[in-house]
Ligand binder design. Sequence first.
Ligand code: SF4
Length: 126
Amino acid sequence: MSKTIPEEEKTVRCIVCPTGCEIHVKNVKGELIIDGHTCNRGEEYAKDEFIAPKRILTSTMRVNNGLLPLIPVRTNQPVLKEQLNNILKEIAKKIVNAPIKMGDVLIENVLDLGVNIIASRDLIRV
Ligand code: SF4
C-alpha cells in the first residue's frame, strides 16, 4: 500500500531493543532526515513508524462452553494502526468454541490483510 509521507516531524521511541533510543524523524521536501538512532534497525523502525505506524492488536473474543466467557486474543503480527478498529469489529462478531490452545488461529487472514487472530492462552471446555 502506498502512503503519502506526512509533512511533519516526529520523535519516536525505538522499541526494537531495550536501549530505547529516542529518534527524531523530519520530512524535508519528501526526504526523511533521521537522527538519534544508534543502529540501522532503529533507522528502519523510525522510518516505518513515521510513514505507516503498526501495532500488535490485543483484544478478547467470546467463547462457547469455555471455563471463561472470553479469551484474550492478538494479531500474529503488527498491523497498520488505521486497520485496528476494523479488525476489532471482526473480532467482536466472532464466537469460538472451547477448548482452545494458545496460538490457535481463531480468525484466519482477517479482512484479507494476511494477518491471523490467534489465542493468547489455553481455555478448557466445561
Ligand atoms: S536504535 Fe538500535 S540500539 Fe537504539 S533502541 Fe533501536 S534497535 Fe536499539
